[in-house]
Design a protein around this ligand. Structure first.
Ligand code: MIC
Ligand code: SF4
Length: 755
């Protein structure tokens, strides 16, 4: 259907020469990640070695993927770039804007009405500028990409942090903000700091209740939410070969949760099987011809300590199933130990919902494994104690799962089959069983479990597990249930034990779909009109940002000093706010409302220094803006963790925040801030975070000499007139400083185009 074999053959036609050249220059065998990076240099053949974690490098990605919630802002920016067509194959996927409530048919038709304006906009922009368009209901971006576009050895970027999912098919696929995607769509290089490499050696074999998901739940426990920052995680070893391609996708998907730039696996038989099953035998044949270039040189896996910056070894035969959570995806607990931990911390033991799906775990294999547990409920007369909700990953999977009776198995338990879309994973869930914000527990097979993420309730304790474990826990209705050792009492009062899950890697009768939901663009889209109504509350044409002047960086005020975890969900909440993703001024009303104020530990309650009153963050900020006073946001470690949403940078920028000063950043967010012409800074001395007071005023005293590799000096003036002078580090190179000087990266593109 929509994949481009000619483009892929083009990549493979140069791969040998480029990789051989890189090997010669680097002077040693290469890992897979290095092969993909060096074969995608903007300048073509490699001419020099890059320093990991140091050098900024220009790359030429093969593809781009956008999803509806980020595509709006990305395409609004692209429209400003003045190009007639995208320079690189790109697709738009409508998956985030569909609320899960009653079930697929009704929910989809409601979304098609309530978000019609946005879907029409995305479809017409796609048509005009040559992007493939996947309609609402076609599936979740990463599943659709894996089924149609991902290919071994390729490089892709996508405006969603879980773009990394395509590593399951041997890609280097990286999540970026919309402005990065705009560069590549406009025919420019894509810049990334050459990543460090973490090698994960998988030995043994997965069996029984343990699944691919448990590999990444374990890795998250080891590396934590920031352990992968700046790194590509490359998996290898006998254990890797025994995992299915979609299982590999699950592992790579959740690499986003450890902050990794991406994760990948070398090309193997599981990938070949998957390519053939998804109607891409021509890609498999082409890949087979360059097979040795699509995995590391054998030396790299034989002596990994010489080739990787860090190595982790996991014996899959000993790996136990895990549930991670609550509130953070790296809090890993083996299933049998969760009960004691939950009691100790007061996490509710009763489980209200088991949710299966999301881009992480909605493959055919996932559904068969979960269904093999669900089916036992009927066979063994177990009445499920929790509600079940299922989000298939794509229409192709849904159609095939329906045909093969898998969905019926879940329906027999009273499960609701939601649309093939993100749904509860991104707060698009009208959860009817909750009256208020009562404390409760849910389990799901998704990837993120930040506070309020699924249903907006800060007291929902969400635990992440494999689909089959979610099914088992949901049947039992208890967080302390261990299906490997515990029994359940069935409707006849008998004690029954669940058998181990059984999965089928790929549908024996093949995948099938009637209406994939794909709409190709017009060959010549120049006559297509893109309409944005002036009084729309959903879409707003962007105005270029004015550069932040040196003068305005004197006498700045503190907007908020954020305490603890501050993810993009805290900075620009999703759920109901997804509605305004195409309207900068409207969505700005949620800016930082989830961030905890370090001075009173409350959310959305900061001191307005102009009035001395406490109020919501956007309210206070709008008053500073009205007076032309710039502000600064201070934060802790891994600030901006999670999503790629550039709204988390554009909203503060739009409202007049000029600088963000934190202990450390998540990669995508740091780039997003730079792209929007802001100052993204880190404390040279972390302890200086404690010096910042509620009434502080900030002067950037040496901003005139802002330059590469030179820290900035900030004078912090406290309310009593005393001062602290602190140093702030930054990672800007010269072109990035130019984005700041010109107001944004987009302003630079526009200027270059006009010249
Ligand atoms: C997410 O999982 O948080 C999202 C929603 O898919 C985001 C993108 C977005 O904010 O639109 C992501 O992961 O990048
Ligand atoms: Fe959608 Fe959730 Fe995947 Fe993000 S993580 S793309 S919200 S399913």
């Amino acid at each position: 259907m929509a994949f481009d074999i000619d483009m892929i053959k083009g990549v493979y036609s140069t791969i040998a020469e480029r990789v051989d050249k890189a090997r010669e220059i680097v002077g040693r065998p290469l890992t897979l990640s290095e092969k993909i990076l060096y074969s995608h240099l903007w300048d073509g053949n490699p001419t020099k070695q890059f320093r990991r974690g140091k050098d900024y490098v220009d790359f030429a990605p093969d593809r781009i993927a956008l999803q509806d919630a980020t595509a709006q802002m990305a395409l609004l920016q692209f429209m400003q770039a003045g190009k007639p067509k995208v320079a690189v194959p790109t697709t738009t996927h409508c998956d985030h804007l569909i609320q899960a409530k009653s079930g697929a048919a009704q929910d989809l038709s409601r979304a098609n009405t309530s978000s019609k304006e946005v879907f029409d906009f995305l479809e017409s922009v796609s048509n005009k500028y040559g992007l493939g368009f996947w309609r609402p209901g076609a599936g979740i971006i990463h599943q659709v990409v894996l089924e149609n576009y991902a290919f071994p050895g390729g490089m892709m970027i996508g405006t969603d942090s879980h773009t990394v999912n395509a590593g399951g098919l041997g890609m280097v696929a990286i999540g970026v903000g919309g402005a990065d995607a705009v560069d590549v769509m406009a025919g420019m290089p894509w810049e990334l700091k050459f990543p460090k490499l973490i090698g994960v050696k998988l030995t043994g074999k997965i069996s029984g209740w343990t699944s691919a998901k448990d590999v990444i739940l374990k890795v998250a426990g080891i590396l934590t939410v920031k352990g992968g920052t700046g790194c590509i995680v490359e998996y290898f070893g006998e254990g890797a070969k025994n995992l299915s391609c979609t299982g590999k996708g699950t592992i790579c998907n959740m690499g986003a949760e450890i902050g990794a730039t991406t994760s990948t696996f070398g090309y193997d038989d599981s990938m070949e099987r998957y390519l053939r099953a998804t109607d891409r035998s021509d890609v498999a044949d082409a890949a087979n011809e360059v097979r040795e270039y699509l995995t590391a040189d054998p030396e790299a896996y034989a002596e990994p300590e010489k080739y990787f910056d860090q190595i982790i070894e996991i014996n899959l035969s000993e790996l136990r199933p895990h549930l991670n959570g609550p509130f953070t995806p790296d809090l890993a607990t083996p299933v049998g130990e969760l009960g004691a931990k939950a009691r100790e911390h007061g996490w509710p033991i009763d489980v209200d919902w088991g949710l299966i799906g999301s881009c992480t775990n909605s493959s055919y294999e996932d559904l068969t494994r979960a269904a093999s547990i669900a089916k036992q409920a009927v066979d063994k007369k177990i009445k499920p104690k929790s509600d079940f909700g299922i989000n298939p990953g794509s229409e192709q999977i849904r159609f095939t799962a329906q045909r093969d009776g898998l969905l019926q198995t879940f329906e027999d338990l009273g499960a609701t089959i939601f649309t093939n879309a993100c749904g509860p994973c991104i707060g698009q869930w009208d959860r009817s069983d909750l009256k208020g914000d009562e404390k409760n527990t849910i389990v799901h097979s998704f990837n993120r479990n930040f506070s309020k993420r699924a249903d907006g309730n800060p007291n929902t304790h969400a635990f992440v597990g494999s689909p089959e474990m979610v099914a088992a826990i949901a049947l039992s209705g208890r967080l302390d249930f261990d299906p490997m050792n515990d029994t359940l009492i069935n409707e006849d009062g008998q004690e029954v034990k669940l058998d181990e899950p059984r999965g089928i890697e790929l549908p024996p009768e093949g995948f099938e779909v009637e209406e994939s939901g794909y709409v190709p663009p017009k060959e010549d889209g120049s006559s297509v009109e893109v309409k944005v109504s002036k009084d729309s509350e959903r879409l707003q044409i962007l105005e270029p940002f004015e550069p932040i002047t040196n003068e305005s960086l004197q006498g700045m005020k503190l907007l908020i000093k954020a305490f603890g975890k501050c993810t993009t969900d805290h900075i620009s909440m999703a759920g109901p706010w997804l509605r305004y993703r195409g309207h900068l001024d409207n969505i700005a009303n949620n800016t930082l409302i989830g961030a905890v104020n370090a001075f009173n530990k409350k959310t959305n309650f900061v001191k307005n220094q102009l009035t001395g009153e406490y109020e919501g963050v956007p309210d206070a900020q709008r008053q500073y803006k009205a007076k032309g006073i710039k502000t600064i946001v201070v934060g802790d470690h891994n600030y901006g963790e999670g999503s790629s949403r550039e709204h988390a940078a554009m909203q503060p920028r739009h409202l007049g925040v000029a600088a963000v000063l934190v202990k450390s950043f998540a990669r995508i967010h740091e780039t997003n801030l730079k792209k929007q012409g802001m100052l993204a800074l880190t404390f040279a001395n972390e302890a200086d975070y404690d010096l910042i007071q509620e009434d502080d005023t900030f002067n950037f005293i040496d901003i005139d000499s802002f330059s590469e590799d030179k820290p900035l000096t900030i004078e912090v003036v406290h309310a009593d007139g005393s001062k602290d002078t602190i140093k702030a580090n930054h990672s800007y190179n010269a072109p990035q400083i130019n984005w700041f000087r010109e107001g944004s990266a987009l302003n630079v593109i526009k200027k270059e185009n006009a010249a």
